[in-house]
Design a protein around this ligand. Structure first.
Ligand code: TXA
Ligand code: MG
Length: 303
């Protein structure tokens, strides 16, 4: 079953049932070594999943739950290793969405739920995105409308004295009081961050702040079909994916815009960069992954 959260839609299965979890990996086409986030209704739900509750986990849960913060702790020995991708740790969060919380309370089991997209695709922020990616592979999609935040939760290892950010997300480093990464220094520990991700079928190009319209116009002049998501209107002849007001607005629109770009038939989607601070870190991380490993831009047509 797929369901909405405040970040993105999740594809849920009972975290205690290895067969149900295996079906989630199969539906997504997800590598078996990429662990799932387990969703619970409250701190008591966390306590049942872990070998011990680190003091830092209680601290951060009190500050940010329900909310887009995922806590990595030592897993209880009884938790199936399919859920944790073979790791001895488990990632847990309490989502801040009334539908997700109602579902978790009704199910009365911990729910393992990765984002409900095909592996490697942009995460789904509407029920329609889930259907487009997973179609018949998912039996039920609970439609809660568009997700409020639009980028995934922040994943932090809380086993030590200080939180270690494994994936930047909707709770910012500034809120957590941890410094920015040294070029992704501590990000290797989260298996999911190793894979190319969030990519639509068209090429993604990141324009420096203030340069999106010019870059889009340049690609258009070179003969490409172009779409643009920026803080300003797209130039004439470019598919306008909307104007974002600020970084929160960009986060909320990003994945839908990447999907709209590919549906428009664009070959290139230009997205305007935002500063790497606050929520901008998560947005830029997702954008860089979406743009990674692609062919170089087309050369200008010979005159
Ligand atoms: O906002 C979100 O977090 C959404 C919603 C549905 O809750 N979920 C989500 O799940 O983004 P997924 O599976 O797409 O991403 C989970 C990330 C991956 O990068 C994975 O490697 C990491 O969390 N992760 C899960 N368990 C982990 C663990 N034990 N240690 C380190 N990283 C872990
Ligand atoms: Mg995902």
């Amino acid at each position: 079953m797929a369901f909405p959260t405040e970040t993105v839609y999740g594809l849920g299965a009972c975290a205690l049932d290895p067969d149900a979890v295996a079906r989630v990996f199969a539906a997504k086409g997800r590598p078996a070594d990429n662990p799932l986030i387990v969703h619970v209704a409250d701190v008591a739900g966390l306590e049942r999943l872990v070998a011990r509750v680190p003091p830092l986990a209680l601290d951060l849960a009190a500050r940010f739950w329900p909310g887009p913060l995922t806590l990595v702790c030592e897993a209880a020995p009884s938790l199936p290793r399919q859920t944790t991708g073979g790791l001895a740790t488990v990632a847990v969060r309490v989502p801040a969405h009334p539908v997700a919380l109602a579902l978790l309370r009704a199910a009365d089991v911990p729910v393992a739920a990765p984002s409900a997209n095909r592996s490697g695709r942009p995460s789904p922020t509407t029920a329609a995105h889930v259907v487009a990616d997973l179609g018949a592979a998912v039996d039920v999609v609970v439609d809660g409308g568009a997700c409020r935040v639009g980028v995934e939760s922040t994943v932090v290892d809380v086993r030590g004295e200080r939180p270690v950010v494994l994936r930047d997300g909707a709770v910012t480093r500034e809120q957590l009081g941890v410094p920015g990464p040294e070029a992704g220094a501590d990000l290797a520990a989260s298996p999911g961050t190793r894979y190319r991700h969030y990519a639509p079928a068209c090429r993604v190009e990141i324009a420096p702040p203030g340069r999106a319209a010019a870059l889009a116009a340049q690609r258009l002049a070179a003969g490409a079909r172009v779409a643009c998501l920026a803080g300003v209107a797209a130039p004439q002849g470019v598919v306008d994916l909307g104007r974002f007001a600020d970084v929160e607005d960009l986060a909320a629109r990003l994945y839908d815009a990447l999907r709209a770009a590919e549906e428009s038939g664009a070959e290139v989607v230009v997205v305007e960069a935002v500063p790497e601070q606050g929520l901008g870190r998560a947005v830029m991380d997702r954008l860089r992954r979406a743009a990674a490993g692609q062919a170089p831009p087309p050369r200008a047509a010979a005159s």
